[in-house]
Ligand binder design. Sequence first.
Ligand code: ADP
Length: 655
Amino acid sequence: MSKQTHAFQAEVAQLLHLVTHSLYSNQEIFLRELISNASDACDKLRFEALNNNALYEDAPELQVRLSFDKAAKTLTITDNGIGMSAQEAIDHLGTIAKSGTKDFMSKLSGDQKSDAQLIGQFGVGFYSGFIVADKITVETRRAGAQAEEGVRWISGGTGDFEVETIHRAQRGTSVILHLREEALEYANSWKLKEIVGKYSDHISLPILMEKEEWKDGELIDPKDENGGRQPGAMVKTAEWETINKASALWTRPKKDISDEQYADFYKQISRDFEAPLTWTHNRVEGSTEYTQLLYIPSKAPHDLWNRDKKAGIKLYVKRVFIMDEAEALMPNYLRFVKGVVDSADLPLNVSRELLQESRDVKAIREGCTKRVLSMLEDLAKHDKAPEATEGVTDVLSEEDKAKQGQYTRFYAEFGAVLKEGLGEDFGNQGRLAKLMRFASTTSDTVSVGFADYKARMKEGQDAIYYITADTLAAAKNSPQLEVFKKKGIEVLLMTDRVDEWALNFVHEFEGTPLQSVAKGAFDLGKLQDEEEKKAAETAAETFKPVLAKLKEALKDKAEDVRVTSRLVDSPACLVVTDDGMSMQLARMLKQAGQQAPEVKPVLEVNPDHALVKKLDGSVHFHDLAHILFDQALLAEGGLPADPAAYVKRVNALLS
Ligand code: ADP
């Protein structure tokens, strides 16, 4: 194939622009990215070679080599991994295959710092080479292909790239970075060693660099014909030394690994710039043997809510990389967890399909889930509420102090995802319920657990009350809360979209029923005194004829009409039956284009309200009835079925 010119996919061109402009303050990550690609390429070769040993050709020792040439201003990263065919080079280095690219692009703000964070999370991979290079040459040959099927790919990182066929004896890929003037510092062995130590020590593959010889603090260049020294010149002694530890971090004993090394490893596998919130590292022995190193990130990734967001677990079998994003190893509601599982029992040629059915995998998933939950429980235990500890910091243990605020931070990022577990993982539902936090009528911050709530329940209160709404303001001002406020009963305010769905699966907490304040007949049980009950009964009796008329007027809208003692200031509110879907959930489903059953709510009226008292005998009875209903709907964030008719009725009364 002679030289061909191809244009980059539009997204790539855009990404390249961003890479060179936003990642400037984080230049050195390019090396981590390129070494990581080289290492992936070696992993892929090892994996394909399981069924075809010939792919190793005459070089069975997989490795990455770094070399630089100061005079030519190049830095080269070479691997003897799987390599690329011409078509693969065109496809893989000219497009972004990852899903969610558009979504990612749309999240960029133009603010360099936050964009850089996002790009880091997304992983710019190969293109990060352009942070330090104004031209990149890639020379590659696929393992198993002929030497004549080598490929050269060249680009200046703007609109297009060139591809041509070359002769390449060696299998694998060389990425040759033509360094920018201001990036020449990377053509330096100390600098490279420093960066490799920082980011790539744990790559299980040896990273080699040419050995240099020094004398009297100067580099010796044996090629200097006069036998003299040529300061700073590159030496070609052709002796290579390994510059990374080249042992997989998770295989080392815990006590030999520093926090910093754990954090660096996390950054390497997650491509996150930020250190993780916490991690757990264990060797599990028993019927299935495996090592787990699991991290909880500090920040939610931009695609956490993406429906096909993959799990963050890499699967290894006896140190051999098998696959990324091994979703079978972690339940979906823990999809934010990143890390590594290295199994001693699974077969090396395990496929995704096989994983789904394997008993060992099931045991690993259960083990990993339990570990993550324990990790969260530990954070929660040490995250004492600030109001409980204000001014008395000396009651906090060292561990409390170290973990202060961590669970709150975790929950703000991932709490809504964790809630999905209530409906997904019945085996751990009890543990998950304890990890839930909500705002409440006594706390604006999302910090109230069911246990905290239970501990401060009123004498005679026999349910945990909650309300779901779209926003905190809507929840707080909901008419259904009026009597609870009056009586000083705390109500949990739930405003995550997933709450309503998740609460469908949880009916009680440690023996105390959960009760939505917008569902079912109103019954405060022992919290209502005899006098109040009497008054309610009397009101129900005297209102009977009015209720019958209301019911008739609203027969298309309301399932039933009754008097209530739920309300104090508002004339009316809507409730649904105990097992009915809430109005809010029905609205959400409809908005999402899903089938929702028609919910006909019950209209409850406040017999002490002036407007309700006016109903009896009013010439506007019909209009008032509809206004009452529509207003109750508005108050809980809904919209009247016929907004124009509502406006007309109100205006008629106003004038
Ligand atoms: P990612 O590695 O996240 O997929 P990159 O942009 O870094 O994204 O790389 C794109 C693709 O190019 C890789 O998925 C891989 O198929 C190919 N590639 C990159 N570097 C190498 C390499 N050293 N050897 C073989 N293939 C490579």
